[in-house]
Design a protein around this ligand. Structure first.
Ligand SMILES: NC(=O)c1ccc[n+]([C@@H]2O[C@H](COP(=O)([O-])OP(=O)(O)OC[C@H]3O[C@@H](n4cnc5c(N)ncnc54)[C@H](O)[C@@H]3O)[C@@H](O)[C@H]2O)c1
Length: 370
């Protein structure tokens, strides 16, 4: 099996590549990446471990269709993971975000349509498509939209928030608005455009596309920065003895999924025909949630180190709680997260401690004083 992964040098690209290489003995992977984030480090890890016969790196940009097209010949499966990945950068450079995320996704779909139309295509979307979190409610047979109220819809506890509605396990694909009136940043919009194109290429050309709306995914080989990969960022900063900023009070809660569980989910979505044309939430779900404060406690438990915290105002659109309801994906594929948040953070801490010198070289930003 030949699998092509855009963004293959990235954190998730490299874990998904490794899952394929380990699971299918006849597999080969092609990693397409412009090396803007991890500068070839994760590809080198894969090539050193699995050999150049099974792992090929193509340095190319998803904004350039012609550079990618020849590499889609004889491909059996595509994971589209390359992206501009941060909300903050999308606000600073919306056009760049649009070109990489929306045009880049169209280019990938065109390559598949022209060269390998039978290959399933799994797309990295994001929970940011739910934007400001607008619930769809029906009353007296009338549909109404209700934006979450950050004071009324959440209950404050000592070190975390909870949903006020005890029946709400998390955000579902069908019960909440995607796009307007929920959209709240260019990153959410450019990723949403990608989802629309995925769905359109499924409906118009019969491509086997699947969209994964991902929450926080974390793990080894993650070079977190302040604006993306917060579990990794907090771990790196604690180990380096550097402070962190809480935007808000630090009690905000997220569900988190360990990278190897993510790779199993992508594999299952690609292999399950009834997933084609669908969008799924993909995250740790209600069983694997953590607040910023609780993460600092856990890191301290494992490292003996704790970052000092500076406080800054809440960021626009930041939810007190975001938890993915993952029931739909579980029903379609029988997938379940296997690595608990405690086990996953321990693995992340161990890897970060061992690789801290490399992390400093790859992302000098981790040394910045805040
Ligand atoms: N990690 C998460 O928590 C998370 C959550 C939601 C969505 N996502 C999405 O998952 C995907 C993978 O994220 P990640 O965490 O592995 O991030 P990452 O930054 O480690 O990986 C992204 C990769 O894309 C490459 N890239 C960026 N622009 C490119 C371009 N124009 N052409 C070619 N390559 C380019 C980067 O060099 C990098 O290797 C992204 O699409 C991201 O938006 C991630």
């Amino acid at each position: 099996m030949n699998v092509l992964i855009t963004g293959g040098d990235g954190f998730l690209g490299s874990h998904n590549a490794e899952h394929i290489l380990k699971t299918y003995s006849d597999s080969k992977v092609i990693l397409i990446d412009n090396l803007s984030r991890t500068h070839g480090n994760n590809s080198k890890y894969l090539i050193d471990k699995y050999g150049p016969d099974r792992v090929k790196l193509v340095v190319a940009d998803v904004r350039n269709l012609d550079d990618m097209l020849p590499h889609f010949e004889n491909i059996d499966r595509v994971y589209h993971m390359a992206a501009q990945v941060t909300m903050t950068e999308s606000l600073e450079k919306p056009l760049y975000d649009y070109h990489v995320n929306s045009t880049g996704t169209m280019n990938v779909l065109e390559c598949v349509r022209l060269k390998c139309p039978d290959a399933p295509v799994i797309y990295c979307s994001t929970n940011k498509v739910y934007g400001d979190i607008v619930r769809i409610e029906s009353k007296n047979e009338k549909i109404r939209y209700r934006k979450f109220d950050q004071l009324k819809d959440f209950i404050e506890k000592q070190d975390h928030y909870e949903y006020a509605d005890p029946n709400l396990l998390g955000i579902t694909e069908e019960g909440f608005v995607v796009g307007p009136p929920a959209a709240n940043c260019p990153y959410g919009a450019s990723k949403m455009a990608g989802e629309l194109w995925m769905r359109n290429y499924h409906d118009s050309y019969g491509l086997k596309t699947v969209c994964a709306r991902m929450s926080c995914i974390y793990g080894t080989r993650q070079y977190g920065c302040e604006d993306q990969g917060w579990l990794s960022w907090f771990t790196i900063r604690a180990i380096l003895g550097k402070n962190v900023i809480f935007y808000g009070d630090g009690k905000q809660v997220r569900d988190a999924l360990y990278c190897t569980d993510h790779a199993r989910a992508f594999d299952l979505m690609a292999k399950t025909p009834k997933c084609y044309g669908e969008s799924f939430n993909l995250g740790g779900g209600p069983e694997n949630t953590i607040s910023l404060m609780q993460l600092l406690d856990l890191i301290e438990e494992y490292t003996g180190k704790r970052s000092k915290v500076k406080y800054a105002p809440w960021r626009h659109g930041d939810q007190r709680v975001y938890i993915s309801d993952i029931t739909k994906l579980q029903k379609y594929t029988n997938w379940n997260p296997q690595v608990t948040i405690h086990e996953g953070v321990k693995k992340l801490v161990d890897w970060t401690e061992k690789n801290i010198e490399k992390i400093k070289k790859v992302s000098p930003d981790v040394l910045r004083n805040l």
